[in-house]
Design a protein around this ligand. Structure first.
Ligand code: FE
Length: 234
């Protein structure tokens, strides 16, 4: 399989390009508008046909590239069924499988960081990897204090959905701030400091006392991303 993990250093966002082969159909997960040229270069150099552009949730810290990729490549734009983004061409529901040639991703509803977040399991019949957006990060988890976030729902999504995947499932989050690039479900069960050995109420207490500042771009990014990354016209 062809797998590329790309990084936007401004927002510390990971973007993933998946295809089964050079010259084949591809999909992209959580693309950042500032990195559009890089995505188009990868697509061109590997002779890929971009079929789907997926966002795990409405990002608050960067402007997304779904709209530009759709306009340039004519790909489908995909988000979860509860997304308010009016420009999304396909809303996926629980257990729906997104396909390109040779690649299958199963959508699972994992609210908590936002109320509309989905994760995507690669090769659902024998899970190889899971793209968790921000609900589960490497040795951390996405904040739960805005965009319909809820620490109880975050716990439920992580413990009762993501942690039921096989321990060897590779974890690919949408962000990392410390240089981690991947983890696994088993590693996070044992070493995630917010989750390992914690009760739900302890987790909720941690999440409700993070006191994080709002993302710098939040006031611009959320309205822009509800339009698939087109900045609002004044
Ligand atoms: Fe987020």
């Amino acid at each position: 399989m062809l797998f590329r993990q790309l990084f936007d250093s401004t927002s510390s966002t990971y973007t993933y390009v998946l295809a089964s082969r050079v010259g084949g159909e591809a999909l992209i997960i959580d693309p950042v508008r500032d990195q559009l040229e890089q995505y188009l270069k990868v697509i061109e150099e590997l002779d890929l046909k971009l079929v789907h552009a997926i966002d795990t949730h409405t990002h608050a810290d960067h402007i997304i590239a779904l709209g530009d990729l759709r306009d340039i490549t004519h790909c489908t734009t995909i988000m979860g069924e509860l997304s308010q983004a009016h420009c999304v061409s396909q809303h996926v529901h629980e257990d729906e499988v997104v396909r390109v040639d040779g690649i299958e991703l199963r959508a699972i509803y994992t609210p908590g960081h936002t109320d509309e977040s989905f994760s995507f399991v690669l090769n659902p019949n024998a899970p190889q990897a899971v793209f968790t957006g921000d609900v589960l990060l490497i040795r951390g988890s996405g904040r739960t204090d805005f965009q319909g976030g809820d620490a109880h729902r975050s716990w439920d999504s992580i413990v009762n959905k993501l942690f039921r995947l096989p321990d060897m499932t590779t974890l690919y989050p949408a962000h990392d701030y410390k240089g981690w690039t991947a983890s696994s479900i088993g590693e996070e069960k044992h070493f995630n400091p917010r989750l390992a050995g914690k009760t739900e109420s302890e987790y909720v207490d941690i999440m409700n006392n993070l006191h994080l500042p709002n993302p710098k771009m939040m006031d611009v990014a959320i309205p822009a991303n509800l339009a698939c990354g087109q900045p609002p016209t004044l």
